[in-house]
Design a protein around this ligand. Structure first.
Ligand code: TYM
Length: 332
């Protein structure tokens, strides 16, 4: 059985897109793979986007991202969970892959084009972002990468990186595959502007650790089917982000009720949004309660991460020994 690897950026508060698209899957695969499931807060990736990086908040956001994952059920005794910058081999392998990756391949990446388009001066690191991501995965020779749909292109690139290395230096790395959750390939932002995203700020996100009042303040004005202008107009749940959320949070009866009553104008959009609240609370309340407990014992979180980094390093050092030898660097 090959390893599982995934990473999450500490560029903001974790949101329900992260939770359903990735974090729940980390926990599930962790049950199956144990110490062959490796998860990482990728703090070296965060500064690649100057709009999402602030020196003053990086360590706090890293800690909070760790805390949210632990609160959501990740068990550091069972899996390996650590912070990327604490295992130096990520940067080293990232550099060695950079040497072999054509710039043209990187310029085609959709996320690069989106982010670079918003910047006046583009840091080279933003272009190299997916190369470091490939290094994250391949350092542990992982074959399975649980991610949301937005990361599929980056995992394809990691496959390309592995193939090229194997071709140039001999069979070393597996070709990793993305695994997506069924229900949450791409959770929409509550502001109605595309995918929910940490880097778009809190107008787009429903935070995993956010209070119900604050969630309702965003949900209440959230756009729904634009053709439904009056309360008496029938709506189409298939194009409504609130219905997408119902599919994540609500029980089957509620989902069916909302589906029928929206199409027949039996309920209005506010009723539909109110019907979503119990499901959100049922999912987030236990996570938030656990987060409050963990926050009171920060050393538990720091110790778990240190321990995780030690375990990750042991694997990373072995891979790097092999890579250095294959590439011809002086051994001793
Ligand atoms: P990041 O931090 O943006 O997102 C973390 C995970 O959450 C998923 N996700 C979503 N899923 C569904 N709907 C959404 N709206 C949504 N928003 C985010 C992402 O797909 C991701 O799985 N490049 C990665 C971090 C990374 C990584 C890696 C991932 C670095 N190295 C190695 C896997 C393997 C990223 O930006 O994640």
């Amino acid at each position: 059985m090959s390893r599982v690897f995934s990473g999450i950026q500490p560029t903001g508060e974790p949101h329900i897109g992260n939770l359903f698209g990735a974090m729940f899957n980390y926990v599930k695969l962790g049950e199956q793979y144990g110490k062959d499931a490796i998860y990482c807060i990728v703090d070296l990736h965060a500064p690649t986007n100057p709009n999402a990086y602030d020196k003053a908040t990086l360590s706090r956001l890293t800690f909070e991202m760790a805390l949210a994952n632990l609160a959501a059920g990740l068990d550091p005794q069972k899996v390996i969970f650590f912070v990327q910058s604490q295992v130096r081999e990520h940067s080293e392998l990232g550099w060695l892959f950079t040497l072999q990756t054509p710039v043209g391949e990187l310029e085609r990446m959709t996320q690069y084009k989106d982010k670079a388009g918003q910047l006046e001066s583009i840091p080279a690191g933003l272009l190299m972002y997916p190369v470091l991501q490939a290094a994250d995965i391949l350092l542990y020779k992982a074959g399975t990468v649980p991610v949301g749909e937005d990361q599929v292109q980056h995992i394809e690139l990691a496959r390309e990186v592995a193939r090229r290395f194997n071709h140039n230096f001999g069979e070393t790395f597996p070709e990793p595959k993305a695994v997506l959750t069924k229900e949450a390939l791409r959770v929409p932002g509550v502001d109605g502007h595309g995918k929910m995203s940490k880097s778009k700020g809190s107008n787009s996100t429903i935070g995993v650790l956010e209070g119900m009042e604050s969630i309702w303040a965003k949900l209440r004005p959230a756009p729904t089917d634009p053709a439904r202008v009056r309360r008496s107009d029938p709506g189409n749940p298939d194009i409504c982000l609130v219905f997408d959320y119902h599919k994540l949070f609500s029980d089957l009866d509620t989902i069916q009720m909302v589906n029928t009553e929206c199409r027949t104008a039996g309920i209005g959009c506010i009723d539909c949004k109110k019907a979503l609240l119990p499901g959100i609370e049922r999912t987030l309340a236990p996570i938030q309660a656990r987060a409050v407990e963990l926050k009171q014992e920060p050393d538990q979180v720091y110790d778990a991460l240190q321990d995780g980094a030690k375990q990750a390093r042991a694997i990373a050092e072995t891979t790097m020994g092999e890579v250095r030898e294959r590439m011809g660097f002086l051994g001793r």
